[in-house]
Write a protein that binds this ligand. Structure first.
Ligand SMILES: C[S@@+](CC[C@H](N)C(=O)[O-])C[C@H]1O[C@@H](n2cnc3c(N)ncnc32)[C@H](O)[C@@H]1O
Length: 254
């Protein structure tokens, strides 16, 4: 079983199972566990399991794609602001932090809602982040807002964490509003949340942000990962610069 010391068994799944309902069996220490792929807290508890499922089995490459696109934009603009002061929102166990560090980063702060994410980061990638907070930004208290604002972030990166009941629009826009004007924003999102048929509020919120408070510099549609059935899950990676704060109260309902 090698370094991960667990075995993944992919069940024969009905093709109708949605991305956030997918599940697998994991055999570890003679026990068989049934885990949902979006039950990140359980996945992070087992060293290497998140990487093995998403990166080795399901070909996820989103941290490289999103951070690579940000790197391209920085090179093309000559990176006028110098070293990055990065807010990695939905940081998980640090896969994105590792990539962003390679871009030349003066400060790296991670936030995730799960204590298991922070524990896994400290266990598997100690010292990667300058600070890592377990926080719910949907409900941003004043002292937390002030502390995060004091970092003067000039970059927000959010990878594989929007949609599917993960980061709600309110929390993402709160994070956006913490940034300095002209900050870089790099994120990805499943294509369906930007389509006409979206009824989750994401399209409305992101459209308003993009039309009024954001200048897109780079965008690409790509395969975020395979589903357990082998189908490509298409995402948009978007990189741009903040032009002003979003008026969140005017349209966010969740
Ligand atoms: C698929 S993981 C992605 C982790 C990392 N960005 C990566 O690309 O490997 C999604 C992460 O978003 C976090 N998340 C979900 N809802 C959140 C919220 N409301 N606030 C902060 N983090 C959240 C989850 O706990 C999880 O760690």
């Amino acid at each position: 079983m090698g370094k991960h010391q667990c075995r993944i068994i992919i069940p024969d799944l009905d093709s109708q199972v949605d991305q956030n309902e997918e599940w697998i069996y994991v055999e570890k220490d003679g026990r068989r566990l049934k885990l949902r792929l979006h039950d990140y807290g359980q996945l992070y508890k087992i060293p290497g399991l998140y990487e093995k499922i998403f990166y080795e089995e399901l070909n996820c490459d989103s941290p490289s794609v999103v951070c690579g696109l940000l790197g391209d934009a920085l090179r093309e603009t000559g990176n006028p602001d110098g070293d990055l002061r990065v807010f990695d929102f939905g940081a998980g166990n640090g896969m994105v932090g590792e990539k962003i560090k390679q871009l030349g980063c003066e400060l790296l702060v991670g936030v995730d809602i799960l204590p298991e994410a922070k524990e896994a980061t400290e266990r598997d990638r100690p010292g990667l982040y300058d600070r890592y907070y377990v926080l719910n930004l949907a409900d941003l208290e004043d002292d937390i807002r002030k502390r995060l604002e004091s970092y003067n972030f000039n970059t927000l990166v959010t990878v594989a964490a929007l949609g599917f009941n993960d980061i709600p629009t309110q929390a993402f826009l709160n994070a956006f509003n913490l940034l300095q004007d002209e900050a870089w924003v790099a994120f990805n999102i499943r294509d369906r949340f930007l389509s006409e048929s979206d009824d989750t509020g994401y399209r409305q919120a992101l459209e308003s942000m993009i039309n009024n408070n954001f200048e897109i510099m780079k965008e690409t549609r790509y395969c975020h990962r395979l589903s357990l059935n082998g189908e490509e899950l298409c995402y948009h990676a978007i990189v741009g610069r903040k032009t002003g704060n979003v008026d969140i109260a005017s349209f966010v309902s969740n």
